[in-house]
Design a protein around this ligand. Structure first.
Ligand code: GLY
Length: 570
């Protein structure tokens, strides 16, 4: 049974004159589709940033695929229909809880190329050259997404060729653009022309408009190589050659060896208890698992519920918790394969209690006074997919190119965008990256190292069964958005829709500002200012996807209204 709770159709286009068989893949019409924000269903659900990707995932579930199959197919579809963040040229993290009880954490984060050096984005005088860490081929880390897809395939049921075919069809035959997508291409036109020697498929001289069809023949060709040759179809042969040629044209440093040597890694999942729940999330090199764990543990014995949702007291408390955790992020967190990170101490109750002693219930903290804690030596553009299947398997996967359209470079002849993930390293201690985040030695650049991430794909378990599947894009706001969404449900008893769509706020230690969305209550803002906070309004905080399994087994799936995110189920 499927019931649209709102069925908010934001977009619908019709191409009546083409025979339906020409474009109907898996019963999905890529020229006529609608965006659905919520669904209540009983068998399985997929939420992602694009309607065609969510529909692809549900079609795979209906064909007998499990949640991992659906996550693979949805990711591949996003690489075609959501090129601003969906990707094969980026990287990400996946956590999953399989119905047999296994928990998985898969790291397919990009890596610094072998020729990367600590000061590669500094001029001779030591000044940061952020244009190089953010745009053009030198900004790109070695992509991890394709290795991640194949590393997750061992948990899937269907053949890979079946999972990638919808993406190939969408690239080859095209799909209809929404107004927001057309605008995004038009806004980035100059950058695409500046950073590409051959104009990519995203450039249209007359400008894009809603209803236009985007066809990506080169991308279809690359996807077919991956279908036919597996991981080697990306990391070796023709595609690797095209990537390295692109590097040579634009002074990038990714080599054929960097590509051939890339490996996704299975990590020990970050698992911790919050009251009666177990939280399953991503460990380093994503900061998400450590920071979320710190924040939830600092919140756990506080009277948040009695303070009330977005009361001044609750926002003040949660902001100070965010400040403390992000100060530690800047000081201590980086790729633990390269730098000794004191994770155990950072998430321990004695340490966190000591940190909470800095919290003054009457007054805003000050990031000059609050530094990362002392430990004795002994530690925005991204996209998220939630999937839940009829057998109780749950997958939460966040992938990224980093900035919107990554480094803006489309590999000529291969049709996919490269990431600008090198900017997630700390290019110099104290110099903010594109998200305003600062870092230190732990996150300095080194060859082969993975840059620190904020991605926080998360699953909440109740009695070892999935209760919530959660995640979001949003750079450094990712972990605070997941934290607030979880608190909204676990403490403030909200349904998934409210938990996702109520206004959010964000503090990341530096800059010492409390960011709030436009709809954040003005009266609360005024009182927070009186307590000493500097407030800054920002456009949106996160685009959170939630699947919630209700008592009795009904599935409530919600896509964030901040974007064109779509929840599908059956
Ligand atoms: N590039 C955003 C992140 O990994 O946090």
């Amino acid at each position: 049974m499927t019931r649209n709770l709102i069925g908010k159709t934001c977009f619908s286009l019709f191409v009546w004159f083409l025979p339906l068989s020409l474009f109907c893949q898996n019963g999905i019409n890529p020229y006529h589709y609608s965006i659905q924000k919520k669904v209540l269903c009983s068998k399985g659900a997929v939420v992602s940033a694009h309607a065609l990707a969510s529909k692809t995932g549900v079609a795979i579930l209906k064909q007998g695929g499990n949640a991992i199959d659906a996550a693979i197919a949805t990711q591949l579809a996003l690489a075609v229909v959501y090129p601003g963040a969906g990707n094969i040229g980026g990287g990400g993290f996946l956590v999953a809880h399989l119905s047999a009880g296994t928990n998985i954490a898969l790291d397919f984060r990009e890596k610094a190329p072998a020729l990367a050096t600590r000061d590669m984005y500094l001029d001779k005088a030591g000044n940061p050259l952020l244009s190089l860490s953010q745009n053009g081929p030198l900004a790109s880390g070695v992509p991890g997404t394709v290795a991640g897809l194949f590393a997750s395939l061992k948990y899937a049921r269907l053949p890979f060729s079946k999972l990638i075919q919808p993406a190939i069809d969408l690239a080859e035959k095209g799909f209809t653009l929404t107004e927001a997508e057309a605008d995004a291409f038009n806004k980035n036109r100059e950058a695409f022309l500046k950073y590409n020697s051959i104009p990519p498929a995203f450039v249209k001289d007359s400008g894009w408009k809603a209803g236009d069809t985007l066809v990506q023949k080169d991308l279809a060709k690359t996807l077919k190589l991956i279908r036919d040759q597996g991981q080697k179809g990306f990391y070796e042969g023709e595609t690797a050659r095209l990537i390295t040629e692109e590097m040579q044209r634009g002074k990038g440093i990714i080599s054929q060896d960097d590509l051939k040597n890339y490996k996704a890694r299975e990590r020990t999942p970050a698992l911790f208890d919050y009251k009666k729940y177990t939280i399953l999330t991503m460990p380093l090199p994503s900061s998400g698992g450590v920071v979320l764990q710190q924040m939830m543990k600092m919140a756990e014995d506080q009277p948040l519920k009695s303070f009330g949702f977005q009361s001044v007291k609750a926002v003040h408390l949660m902001t100070e918790i965010e400040r403390l955790a992000y100060a530690d992020r800047a000081k201590y967190l980086g790729d633990a394969d390269y730098f000794k990170v004191p994770v155990k101490t950072l998430v321990s109750y004695p340490y966190l209690n000591q940190r909470m002693s800095l919290y003054n219930p009457e007054k805003a903290g000050n990031s000059k006074d609050i530094q990362g804690g002392t430990i004795s030596p002994v530690s925005e553009e991204t996209t998220h997919i939630d999937v839940y299947d009829k057998d109780g398997n749950a997958v939460s996967v966040t992938t990224t190119l980093n900035g919107s359209f990554g480094c803006k470079v489309v590999v000529a002849g291969a049709g996919f965008l490269l990431n600008n993930e090198m900017d997630d390293f700390s290019v110099k201690p104290g110099v903010p990256n594109m998200y305003g985040a600062v870092g230190a030695e732990a996150n300095a650049i080194a060859p082969g190292k993975r840059m620190l991430s904020s991605m926080t794909p998360t699953i909440v378990l109740n009695k070892n069964r999935p209760y919530l599947v959660v995640g979001t894009p949003g750079g450094t706001t990712i972990t605070t958005s997941v934290f607030q969404t979880l608190m909204n449900i676990l403490e403030f008893d909200m349904n998934a829709d409210d938990a996702v769509n109520k206004p959010k706020f964000h503090h990341q230690w530096l800059p010492d500002q409390l960011f709030v969305e436009a709809a954040f209550p003005a009266a609360v803002s005024e009182q927070l200012k009186k307590m000493g906070y500097t407030l800054k309004q920002r456009e949106q905080i996160g685009r959170t996807e939630v699947i919630r399994i209700l008592p009795g087994g009904q599935i409530e799936a919600v896509g964030d209204s901040r974007g064109e995110d779509t929840a599908e189920g059956y």
